[in-house]
Design a protein around this ligand. Structure first.
Ligand SMILES: [Zn+2]
Length: 403
């Protein structure tokens, strides 16, 4: 069993210890020490980082009480890792303090919040995950936005009050009398983490020694999860980094919008209204253009304005779905045969084939077979999409007398 020095002192990060086992693994070596300050992946939390004899510690795992430090190679030299660790010799460890302390802030904050959830609502913390990319707490009951905000405020009040945080292994007899929280049934010695006057919980993870060291707690978002609630949260320096990033993107958004940070929402509303207006005007213009193009085509084919012509029609136009529907209606008013409409640009088209009282199935099939078009419909109405040049499409349709 490796002696877990981090359990008694989560603030010490430099140490020396005897190497008790070394095993080569892919990309480095697995090193076991007599004692360690490296916290392994446990309790839903990712492991500490740092160095052993100057080599990067890329993973720390605990198996049957033994802690395995995975030490990575430096400069691609695999042999040097094994040479640097000999059983019986002393290794020097350095835990990444910045990373450790951020995790301590995050984890202690979780205990306060989970303790309050349990006290006020009786829900248990049934899941916890803390890694560099995510921090989540799961509860087996539903919490509302208002309840979460109240809990968040109370958590920050407890942080400010500076409650002492301690860890110890009570005797089996004492343990039976203590009302502590635990995610699972525990056997053997149980390490209890106490936040004075707030919470008592079974936990194997390093904590800060006073709630005031957490600085800030903030729920970022929450969702319904497995009949309960999952919360994403941040605390301490990680919260600071996050809000710094948020403010930077708000600042950038403000610059793009030429608006003060506090005026970004009204500026976005104006922009959205402007976009709607422009989209409306564009669609109106495209409809008018479509009408004019169809009328011109109709006249070229010998049609008299406003009168239906006997024959087929083929049009290439630009616009959205509403323009397409309108253009098709206009085409069907002016031509009694097959009406083929291709709407789009840059060799990407939505197509519509219609023939009231007739059939367009064969034309649709030809587009599929010869141009890998997609689509379907009824015998008199087929629609879909095709990626092909206007020239290629015209070539296929000319086979059906459409020009
Ligand atoms: Zn814990």
């Amino acid at each position: 069993m490796t002696e877990r020095l981090y359990e008694d002192n989560s603030y010490e990060v430099a140490f020396s210890s005897e190497v008790t086992a070394v095993k080569p693994v892919k990309g480095g070596a697995e090193v076991v020490l007599k004692e360690t300050y490296f916290f392994p992946a446990e309790g839903g939390q990712s492991p500490d980082r740092g160095t052993l004899n100057g080599f990067p510690v890329i993973d720390v795992q605990i198996r049957d009480g033994e802690i395995f430090h995975t030490v990575g190679v430096k400069d691609g030299d695999e042999a040097s890792v094994l040479a640097a660790f000999r059983v019986g010799q002393t290794a020097t460890g350095q835990v990444d303090w910045e990373f450790r302390f951020r995790n301590m802030q995050m984890h202690s904050a979780e205990h306060i919040f989970s303790g309050l959830v349990h006290t006020h609502f009786g829900y248990a913390n049934v899941g916890f995950h803390l890694s560099e990319n995510s921090a989540t707490m799961d509860y087996n009951g539903e919490l509302t936005k208002e309840q979460i905000e109240a809990l968040e405020t109370e958590t920050n009040r407890i942080i400010v009050e500076g409650h002492r945080i301690t860890a110890r292994y009570p005797s089996a007899e004492e343990l039976k009398t203590l009302p502590y929280r635990s995610k699972k049934e525990l056997t053997g010695p149980v390490r209890l983490v106490e936040i004075e006057g707030v919470d008592l919980c079974a936990c194997c993870v390093p904590h800060v020694k006073s709630t005031s060291e957490i600085g800030l707690f903030k729920v970022i978002s929450f969702e319904r999860y497995k009949g309960g609630t999952r919360l994403h949260y941040l605390a301490g320096f990680r919260a600071l980094s996050h809000f710094r990033e948020c403010l930077a993107s708000l600042g950038e958004a403000g610059q793009i919008l030429s608006a003060k940070q506090t005026d970004i929402v009204p500026a976005l509303r104006n922009l959205a209204a402007e976009a709607r207006e422009l989209r409306f005007r564009l669609t109106s213009a495209e409809r008018e253009l479509a009408e004019a193009a169809i009328a011109q085509y109709h006249a070229k084919r010998g049609g008299v304005a406003g009168e239906k012509l006997s024959g087929d029609a083929l049009m290439f136009l630009s616009g959205d779905a509403s323009v397409a529907r309108h253009a098709l209606d206009v085409m069907e008013e002016l031509f009694d045969g097959t009406c083929a409409l291709f709407i789009g640009q840059d060799s990407t088209y939505r197509y519509f084939l219609e023939h009231q009282g007739g059939t367009v199935t064969e034309i649709g099939n030809a587009l599929k077979e010869q141009l890998s078009a997609r689509g379907g419909g009824k015998p008199f109405s087929v629609s879909g999409s095709v990626q092909a040049t206007e020239e290629d499409i015209r070539r296929v349709l000319s086979g059906f007398g459409l020009h």
